[in-house]
Ligand binder design. Structure first.
Ligand SMILES: Cc1cc2nc3c(=O)[nH]c(=O)nc-3n(C[C@H](O)[C@H](O)[C@H](O)COP(=O)(O)O)c2cc1C
Length: 358
């Protein structure tokens, strides 16, 4: 059977995936491209050190596939895009979002700035935006909600496979394709922009510090080996999460003993305690800053606030890690962690060995 005709001769896919959704989306896109006789190169950007110029082979489409984190592109992908070389390539932005299904009802995720920022950065580099696909795979954020049932995962995954095949056909035939979701969700996506900034500059560090290994950890070190941002290290023979952690959920999903937990009983009191401490208010007074002094002072107050939160978090996480060494205390945290009772998430058919480094 002869290949179908496409304007593109080659497809280069740069992908990052925490739990396999973006990896599957990239794989489906590649599958369809091959049907059209398009040559495919897939590059995982995990732990990247340098960013090389893409291989251009005839008319080339460059796709960036990544999960949405905190209404934004995953920070690792944003960093990659910021360093991406200038050029006039055609590009596709595909962000996987967290879809949910309760009973028969589907709930889509929300991109926030996950499409806009990569589009902006790439356009400034001279690239032409030829495709946009906000893509609702099963949500993997099992720190904030229980993982979906197998049947819900299967159902959402099958629908998305059909959607991406149709989308890819349009894209390869016409040379451009924009999902209706990009336009329909635009007002909501823009409305959550302040939350995007809050998560990027503050919230993500809080989540990074919510992970710990329970007493069931047998020191197999798979989490360390497979962390896409190299953010887990050993401290006293126990995994320790650095601030570079993006909370991508891979470690929780692949841990063979299910021993990695989100410490709800640590993070909730920390947030509450932070709201009570007088340090921010006194700091602000000490520096003579107050919030009715115009925009600049408002920004200064927020920066001081952020620094105070960060210092507070560093200190309390150190204390928390120290306490975890005591088996009894470790068990208390474990039994009060919701992830101990919730299902975890990995995309269908995806295993620890499926993830490659650049
Ligand atoms: C830290 C974190 C933040 C997330 N934020 C969002 C979000 O803002 N909007 C959304 O639709 N999904 C969000 N999700 C869900 C993921 O984007 C979604 O499940 C994605 O498909 C996961 O892709 P991956 O398996 O390739 O990592 C978030 C997940 C995590 C772990």
């Amino acid at each position: 059977m002869s290949a179908k005709f496409s304007l593109y001769k080659s497809l280069v896919i740069y992908y990052f995936s925490g739990t396999g959704n973006a990896l599957k989306a990239a794989g489906w896109l590649a599958e369809k491209a091959l049907e059209y006789g398009i040559s495919v190169n897939m590059h995982s950007i995990e732990r990247f050190q340098t960013v090389a110029a893409p291989e251009i082979n005839g008319k080339t489409l460059i796709a960036f596939c990544f999960p949405t984190h905190g209404f934004n592109a995953a920070p690792l992908m944003l960093k990659y895009i910021v360093r991406f070389p200038r050029g006039s390539s055609d590009v596709l932005i595909l962000n996987t979002r967290g879809g949910l299904k309760f009973g028969k009802v589907y709930f889509p995720g929300l991109s926030g700035l996950a499409q806009f920022l990569p589009m902006l950065f790439l356009s400034l580099k001279g690239c032409r935006i030829k495709g946009s696909l906000p893509f609702d795979m099963p949500s993997n954020w099992v720190s904030v909600h229980p993982g979906l049932t197998d049947s819900a995962i299967n159902d959402i995954t099958r629908r998305r496979q059909t959607e991406i095949y149709r989308f890819a056909e349009r894209l390869f035939k016409k040379g451009y394709a924009f999902s209706y979701k990009f336009f329909v969700y635009m007002p909501l996506d823009l409305a959550v922009a302040p939350v995007t900034l809050g998560y990027y500059f503050c919230g993500r560090y809080m989540f990074a510090k919510s992970f710990y290994a329970s007493a069931d950890c047998n020191d197999c070190r798979i989490c360390i080996d497979k962390c896409p941002t190299n953010s887990i290290t050993l401290v006293n023979n126990r995994p320790f999460w650095k601030y570079t952690c993006e909370s991508c959920m891979r470690c929780i999903g692949i841990c063979p003993n299910k021993s990695i937990q989100t410490a709800h009983s640590f993070i909730v009191p920390v947030m509450y305690a932070y709201s009570l401490i007088p340090v921010v208010a006194s700091f602000v007074n000490l520096l003579g800053l107050n919030t009715d002094g115009g925009f600049l002072q408002e920004v200064l107050v927020r920066v001081v606030n952020w620094i105070a939160v960060f210092i507070f978090l560093v200190i309390t996480y150190r204390i928390f890690s120290f306490l975890l060494k005591m088996k009894f205390i470790n068990r208390i945290f474990e039994y009060t962690s919701l992830t101990r009772y919730w299902r975890r998430y990995m995309a269908e058919g995806v295993k620890a060995g499926s993830f490659k480094k650049l």
